[in-house]
Design a protein around this ligand. Structure first.
Ligand SMILES: Cc1cc2nc3c(=O)[nH]c(=O)nc-3n(C[C@H](O)[C@H](O)[C@H](O)COP(=O)(O)OP(=O)(O)OC[C@H]3O[C@@H](n4cnc5c(N)ncnc54)[C@H](O)[C@@H]3O)c2cc1C
Length: 314
């Protein structure tokens, strides 16, 4: 275990975690922020037009500015993955994959969400070799290519539009029902000459050795399969919370950590903020605001009731 003992440990450094870290530092709390990366999902966004104070800013640039604002006395910033969490002797222990165990009086969980997987053969081995979960990041790699998108919601249709915008030759949209995207998006692709829509269909395999060379699509209505020769597959079927290492007791059926309006979880001394929680509306400005609130509640806990034992309930 690292020798240091923190007053607050923040797991995750997206907008929620970084804002929590700034507030903890400014409250004079001895704080650790430990995260796989600094920026989170906002790093996947090309242009942000709804963060107050900026008419338009690149997601990664906004996150660079968040990070730039953090360093200062009392704050330790570690790039690492938390692989385990437990309560012990009235404290909490967070196990970093590389950095080992860290001990603290209070914890703020701000681990956000990640894209859902299809869980089909070839998906994992070809990730980054044609399989992508972020059209904003990777669409420009598929100029003049044949590409498929899975998902008929807003993000799926937006991925089709992103690919058309960069000059993809043909875009196949595979969805297990009808297109459910907002009409304003859906109508842009419905009769597009370069888009072929496969409703009530599923991608059941991704093919390729070094790079994606094709996919198998199962058409549920007539129970047939079709091979599509594509160089890319964008999987846009939603997001799921990064909450596996935390107790089931804290979560709802979707795996989100349930919090009250002060960002308190069901365990005393543990707070959560941002997309990993059950609060509706997943946005940068909301995650940042929730991070600030979690930090203030954690500060109240550490300074006023921190002498209490960490919850025995977990
Ligand atoms: C493509 C895309 C475009 C978007 N565009 C916009 C937009 O224009 N405007 C807007 O307001 N919102 C937008 N959003 C939503 C916005 O990005 C999120 O609501 C916001 O980033 C949530 O912040 P967060 O801090 O809660 O979580 P995240 O941003 O998900 O950050 C979580 C952090 O925790 C880390 N982490 C996860 N698990 C662990 C672990 N076990 N150990 C250590 N670290 C861990 C992650 O690596 C990450 O750094 C967009 C999202 C996407 C995917």
């Amino acid at each position: 275990m690292s020798g240091a003992e923190y007053e607050v440990m923040i797991i995750g450094a997206g907008p929620a975690g970084m804002t929590a870290a700034l507030y903890c530092r400014r409250k004079g709390l001895h704080t650790l922020i430990l995260s796989k990366d600094f920026g989170g999902q906002a790093n996947w966004t090309t242009v942000v037009e709804n963060y107050m104070g900026f008419m338009e800013i690149d997601g990664p640039e906004l996150m660079r500015r968040f990070k730039e604002q953090l360093p200062g006395e009392n704050l330790t910033m570690l790039e690492d993955e938390a692989i385990a969490f437990r309560a012990e002797d009235g404290h909490f222990l967070v196990e970093g994959k590389e950095s080992g165990a860290h001990r603290g009086k209070a914890v703020i969980v701000a681990t956000g969400k990640r894209p859902k997987k299809l869980n089909v053969p070839g998906e994992d081995s070809l990730r980054g070799k044609g399989v992508s979960y972020c059209s904003t990041c990777d669409a420009p790699l598929f100029r003049a290519a044949e590409v498929a998108v899975v998902g008929g919601g807003n993000s799926g249709v937006q991925a089709v539009l992103d690919l058309l915008a960069v000059g993809a030759r043909t875009v196949y949209l595979v969805t297990d029902m009808e297109i459910t995207a907002d009409p304003v998006l859906a109508e842009q692709i419905q009769n597009h000459p370069q888009v072929r829509i496969y409703p009530y269909s599923r991608v059941v395999a991704v093919h390729g050795e070094k790079l994606v060379t094709g996919i198998t699509v199962r058409l549920e209505q007539n129970e047939t399969e079709e091979e599509l020769a594509v160089e890319g597959l964008f999987i846009e079927i939603g997001l799921e919370p990064n909450s596996e290492i935390f107790p089931e007791l804290w979560k709802n059926q979707r795996g989100e950590i349930v919090v009250d309006c002060h960002c308190r979880t069901s365990s005393s001394g543990v707070f959560a903020a941002g997309d990993v929680t059950n609060l509706p509306e997943k946005q940068i400005i909301i995650a940042a605001g929730e991070g600030a609130k979690a930090a203030i509640t954690a500060w109240e806990y550490v300074t006023k009731v921190g002498a209490l034992q960490a919850s025995a309930a977990i």
